[in-house]
Design a protein around this ligand. Structure first.
Ligand code: CP3
Length: 348
């Protein structure tokens, strides 16, 4: 047996996720393992992105890279949102221009091309990455993740990162029954996938709804809310905190609160205290917020970073705040900027 130390429930990160008071907010950053790190770029010179995701020794090492360098309060599994979509039966490629799915779903007849899957069979490399990362992390909690049903559906339908999501909306409006079936199917597959991550050793799970900012309130009510809330409820039944990050969705925060998550990721478009107030009108009590420094601030001068980060700490309040960026860190970010951020949040 290896010397395994599991994260305890009283880690700063898990306490904040439960809405408890902490002496300072725990800190991690979306996309913290990635191209802004020289040690990441070095590994990527030798292997492609998908190979990296599928090689547990390397993926676990990359998961640990930002923890070693900055001592963040939580690690996030190194993988990609499109990994489970591939496991559901869709071809996925990563190109210079981003992800490409060469055979997207465009109508009801295409639904037969995607199925639920056995995570131990189709995504064993992810579960092995989690087990290996856990061994290296000691007391630091590991966050598992998947895309929320809507965001995963946009990739299945558009075949790439879209600008206006016309194909997705066309599918929804012309084939509403099939669209709801698709979202339910993705939700079920994602539940099995995240439960397997929890069994393998993650202490919390985050659902990335990266493109939910493009839906109208009608589409939120007709299509998105139900499968997302159902997934969150089933995940919470396992006992781990569920973080829902709805990017670009500050205009519907009152509706998002009704999803029933433990923690709500907030992008940078609204001050964090205002976001908390809007969520509070519908959210369960207690709930926590995660965010929300604009990642672009890290491209500015150090005094600006210090000021803006301190403001986020203040607005986050003393309980139920996980410090994060408002979206993923950009590849151009200087290491010194992240170091300055860490100093401010730690108060050192
Ligand atoms: O946060 C982390 O450090 C964990 C790793 C992680 C990656 N992707 C690694 C990655 C996570 C959590 C994701 C999730 C993901 N993937 C999302 C949701 C998060 C978000 O930003 O809203 C989305 C939309 C994807 C799909 C995806 N993967 C896109 C659009 C791209 C291309 C854009 C880009 O940044 O290059 C990717 C590639 C990707 N995923 C990279 C990394 C480190 C870059 C690949 C490389 O090394 O070249």
């Amino acid at each position: 047996m290896s010397q395994m130390s599991a994260p305890t429930d009283d880690s700063l990160f898990l306490r904040a996720c439960r809405g408890e008071a902490t002496t300072r907010p725990p800190l991690w950053m979306m996309r913290q393992a990635g191209r802004y790190l020289p040690e990441y770029r070095e590994i990527r010179q030798k292997v492609s992105f998908l190979e990296l995701c599928k090689t547990p020794l390397l993926a676990a090492d990359v998961t640990l890279q930002p923890i070693r360098r900055f001592g963040f309060d939580a690690a996030i599994l190194f993988s990609d949102l499109l990994v489970p979509l591939e496991a559901m039966g869709m071809a996925v490629e990563f190109t210079e221009q981003g992800p490409r799915l060469p055979a997207p779903l465009r109508g009801p007849d295409d639904l037969t091309r995607i199925q639920s899957f056995d995570p131990a069979q189709r995504t064993d490399f992810v579960l092995e990455t989690i087990r290996l990362a856990r061994e290296g992390l000691g007391l630091t909690p590991l966050i598992g993740f998947a895309g929320a049903p809507f965001t995963v559906a946009t990739y299945a339908i558009e075949g790439k990162t879209s600008k206006n999501f016309a194909e997705t909306k066309k599918f929804f409006y012309r084939h509403p029954r099939a669209a709801r079936q698709l979202l339910a199917l993705i939700g079920e597959a994602t539940l099995g996938y995240l439960k397997a991550q929890i069994t393998a050793g993650v202490s919390a799970v985050q659902l990335f709804d990266s493109w939910v900012g493009v839906v109208s309130t009608d589409d939120w009510n007709d299509f998105v809310f139900e499968p997302t809330a159902a997934l969150i409820a089933a995940l919470r039944a396992t006992g781990v905190p569920v973080i829902y990050f709805g990017n670009g969705a500050t205009t519907i925060l009152d509706r998002i609160g009704a999803l029933g998550a433990d923690v709500y990721g907030v992008d940078w478009r609204l001050p964090l205290d205002e976001a908390r107030t809007r969520l509070a009108s519908t959210a369960r009590y207690p709930f926590a917020v995660q965010g929300n420094l604009d990642p672009a601030v890290l491209l500015g001068p150090i005094p600006l970073i210090e000021r803006r980060a301190a403001d986020v700490v203040t607005r986050g309040g003393r309980r139920g705040h996980v410090f994060n960026l408002g979206h993923g860190i950009t590849p151009e970010t200087p290491i010194e900027s992240v170091e300055a951020l860490v100093r401010v949040v730690r108060g050192s």
